[in-house]
Design a protein. Structure first.
Length: 119
């Protein structure tokens, strides 16, 4: 049995390697973005680094440019989807925060109104 928190068992690592299909909307050498299979808004795209780490707590100083890049890509995706009225970018960290795939990723959500506080 392969642990889903390791690169070998990780769903997102398998999508990055094209072992599992996804509706890809963006990709570059550092990350890939694809539509969530269980969307929580009319636009729900996941921005996933190609490098596997389960949470931001596993990132080190050398990962700072990558984490910033993910946010820049999230902004591009919002623009690409014409989310001019607003959008939300979320990173769930840990099971109690709603993280279900333990590979760092951002959710880009838009196309509807959101309330605060979430959840």
């Amino acid at each position: 049995m392969t642990d889903a928190t390791t690169p070998h068992g990780c769903l997102f690592c398998k999508i990055v390697k094209r072992e599992i299909p996804a509706q890809i909307v963006y990709e570059d050498s550092a990350c890939i973005a694809f539509r969530d299979i269980n969307p929580q808004a009319p636009v729900h795209v996941l921005v996933v680094p190609r490098k596997h780490f389960a949470s931001p707590g596993e990132a080190d100083e050398s990962d700072e440019p990558l984490l910033g890049h993910l946010h820049r890509v999230a902004a591009q995706i919002a623009q690409q989807h014409h989310l001019t009225a607003g959008h939300r970018v979320v990173m769930n960290t840990g099971a109690t925060a709603g993280q279900t795939v333990f590979h760092v990723h951002l959710h880009v959500l838009g196309g509807r109104s959101f309330t605060w506080p979430p959840g």
